[in-house]
Design a protein around this ligand. Structure first.
Ligand SMILES: NC(=O)c1ccc[n+]([C@@H]2O[C@H](COP(=O)([O-])OP(=O)(O)OC[C@H]3O[C@@H](n4cnc5c(N)ncnc54)[C@H](OP(=O)(O)O)[C@@H]3O)[C@@H](O)[C@H]2O)c1
Length: 338
């Protein structure tokens, strides 16, 4: 089967940084599905893992943690899907990724593809959606069913892949959402997804929140630098408020800043459940199915903004370069094998 992989970790402008390869067809066992991958999308985790370093892979490493496709065959213990089912999933960080024509995925991490989306729109969703859902409804403990209606949430970095779905999920749950953007294009994009209150993350946030009538917020979802926004989060959170971070910190974080207001800080890492094979890892499949229902009911909009075709090393290098520029809006997908 065709795939795109790497053996060396090189800058993305090096043609060897991602290469076209041919790999043996994987065989599904136990609870695995063998999926024929129609479309993939890219995420910053791909570029972080591919970042230049002195390391050699003896066999090519396949990246990519977002796919939509069709189940080709199933392992002997799989019960949730059958051949021919259209699915979407992010998968596991410790296994070969989705940048291949066929991929194995544990069925507990897989959801049914939203019927109203094409494969590219579907592939744009899983990793960011699971991240946003777990961060809002599990780590921050916000009710997905409206019990926290009227509470306020600040999303730092609202126009990226995670922000584009997080702002919609939070609005669906009845929250007042303020999202930060840095450009006129991202302000327009978030407005098209229903975001009404925006602040500019190039300017100090407290004054802007006060001007919007929300000098303090109940929750912060930080989708950008944990270090950079640590202190301002303590300033703008209401006493007993909660913040969730998804980006690894690069220096020590001063917990004492959060003491007097009794603030709660939570981490979200969407690979945790699969990495530790937690007893509830099937929740990720349930999240994807629940979101597929919301999409099909027109309660959520797709977050895809651009598709490259076909899926090959040259286009994946283009996609990684775009991600590394930090200027993507919503999500970027790749579709079809030449
Ligand atoms: N822990 C997890 O499980 C998990 C899961 C997914 C992602 N992540 C991490 O979360 C981060 C965001 O992921 P993503 O997929 O949403 O990335 P992304 O799509 O690449 O995010 C791009 C967005 O970042 C915004 N941005 C740029 N500078 C900013 C700043 N100073 N402050 C706030 N926002 C800024 C940009 O908005 P403007 O153009 O408007 O400035 C742009 O729209 C990445 O570091 C990723 O690795 C972690």
């Amino acid at each position: 089967m065709k795939a795109v992989g790497l053996t060396r970790y090189l800058p993305i402008n090096d043609p060897e940084s991602l290469i076209d390869i041919d790999l043996p067809m994987p065989q599904p066992e136990a609870r695995d599905l063998l999926v024929r991958v129609e479309t993939i999308s890219v995420n910053p985790v791909d570029t972080k893992i591919r970042a230049p370093k002195d390391k050699l892979e003896s066999t090519p490493r396949v990246l990519g943690w977002d796919a939509a496709g069709v189940v080709e065959s199933v392992g002997s213990e799989a019960t949730l899907f059958k051949p021919g089912d259209a699915v979407y999933y992010a998968g596991e960080i410790g296994r070969p990724g989705s940048n291949s024509q066929f991929q194995l995925a544990d069925e507990r991490l897989v959801g049914r593809k939203p019927r109203t989306l094409d494969f590219a729109q579907a592939a744009a969703l899983p990793l960011t959606t699971i991240t946003a859902y777990e961060a809002l409804f599990e780590r921050l403990g916000i009710s997905a069913d409206g019990a926290d209606r009227g509470k306020s949430l600040l999303i730092i970095g609202a126009a990226g892949g995670v922000g584009s779905i997080a702002l919609q999920l939070a609005r669906l749950a009845g929250l007042i959402v303020i999202g930060t953007v840095g450009r006129i294009e991202t302000r327009r994009w978030t407005a098209s997804l229903g975001l009404q209150l925006t602040a500019d993350h190039g300017q100090p946030l407290p004054g802007q929140l006060a001007a919007l009538g929300h000098p303090e917020v109940d929750y912060v979802l930080n989708l950008n630098s944990t270090d950079r926004y640590w202190q301002v989060t303590a300033e703008v959170l209401r006493p007993q408020g909660k913040v969730c971070s998804i980006v690894e910190n690069s220096g020590p974080l001063d917990q004492s800043l959060y003491k007097s207001k009794s603030l709660t800080h939570a981490w979200e890492f969407m690979f945790t459940r699969a990495m530790f094979k937690t007893a509830d890892m099937i929740e990720q499949g349930r999240i994807l199915n629940r979101v597929a229902d919301w999409i099909d009911q027109n309660a959520l909009k797709p977050t895809l903004t651009e598709t490259l075709s076909p899926i090959n090393a040259a286009n994946l290098r283009r996609a990684h370069a775009r991600l590394e520029s930090g200027t993507t809006i919503g999500k970027l997908a790749l579709s079809g094998w030449a």
